[in-house]
Design a protein around this ligand. Structure first.
Ligand code: AMP
Length: 280
């Protein structure tokens, strides 16, 4: 497995592969890898001749008062996870490599970036779309792998690829969870033991939603009320949002029908956690 810190070196390696007719999968990450990331790398390695994993904590997608400085990092460990999962190249640039001082260009996707995490985190998706566009240009993948855990991000990237004619396939991968259902996340390390226990309320509540829908619940307002009250019963949890939206453009719905996304962002202590249930 190779490690490249520059765009130039990465391009050189990928071009060589392409010349040999090899297919390339890309897994963009912010590092501090866990089994969720690993599942994406394994899938890419199974579906492509070569797999590139990018490890870059992207400053552009963090707000001023967010956790950019505290975001956990362990590149040595990331390398060993990538190697074991079958990655061929890690692209590990520094911020200046991605954003030199004279950087003025951004990628915006409208409308589906406005609700959910977009309203809580202004500029977040502009940062995501800009960095992911750059990664697509640098690594020219045939397929790119994203987790369903970040459902809005996945929908936004799919839209961006469609609207801006990127020549690649975006592949959504199922959320990998802890034994009690909590979605694996690099940010779970921020949780105290008490908070970690409390955080299970998010998935439990989404499981309730799934069950209610399978029993015939179709009233979005009624279901939302019930979901809010279930999360509010957990004293350590504070809701940022819980929304029931259509699964494509992520607009709020009144009557529940497929494809439906129930997305939640909940603060447990100081840690903001997201999770969702997708009914399709
Ligand atoms: P991050 O490093 O948090 O930016 O995540 C990098 C990629 O891994 C994104 O496409 C995430 O959606 C995906 N991912 C993060 N957590 C999980 C998880 N628990 N299961 C599956 N994919 C995940």
């Amino acid at each position: 497995m190779k490690i490249a810190e520059t765009k130039q070196e990465t391009r050189k390696i990928v071009k060589k592969w392409k010349k040999q007719g090899l297919s390339v999968g890309l897994v963009p990450t912010m590092g501090f890898l866990h089994e969720g990331h690993e599942s994406l790398i394994l899938k890419s390695a199974a579906e492509n001749d070569k797999t590139v994993v990018s490890v870059f904590v992207n400053p552009m997608q963090f707000g001023k008062n967010e956790d950019l400085e505290d975001y956990p990092r362990d590149f040595e460990r990331d390398c060993s996870i990538c190697r074991k999962a079958g990655a061929d190249l890690i692209f590990h640039p520094c911020p200046q490599e991605m954003y030199p001082a004279d950087f003025f260009s951004y990628v915006n996707v409208d409308r589906i970036t406005e609700g959910l995490c977009g309203s809580d985190r202004p500029g977040h998706f502009r940062g995501v779309c800009t960095v992911v566009s750059k990664l697509f240009h640098i690594t020219t993948p045939d397929r790119a792998y994203f987790g369903q855990k970040d459902a809005q991000q996945l929908a936004v990237i799919k839209k961006m690829v469609q609207d801006l004619d990127f020549d690649l396939q975006v592949i959504g991968c199922p959320t990998v969870r802890e034994a009690d259902g909590l979605a694996k996340s690099s940010r779970n390390t921020y949780l105290s033991p008490e908070e970690r226990k409390a955080a299970a309320v998010i998935h439990r509540t989404l499981e309730y939603a799934k069950e209610a829908i399978s029993q015939g619940q179709r009233d979005a307002g009624e279901l939302k009320k019930e979901l809010v009250s279930r999360i509010e019963k957990e004293p350590l949890a504070e809701i940022d949002y819980i929304e029931l939206v259509d699964g494509e453009l992520l607009q709020p719905v009144k009557v529940l029908k497929k494809p439906l996304l129930i997305a939640a962002a909940v603060r447990v202590g100081k840690t903001r956690l997201i999770d969702n249930y997708f009914w399709e």
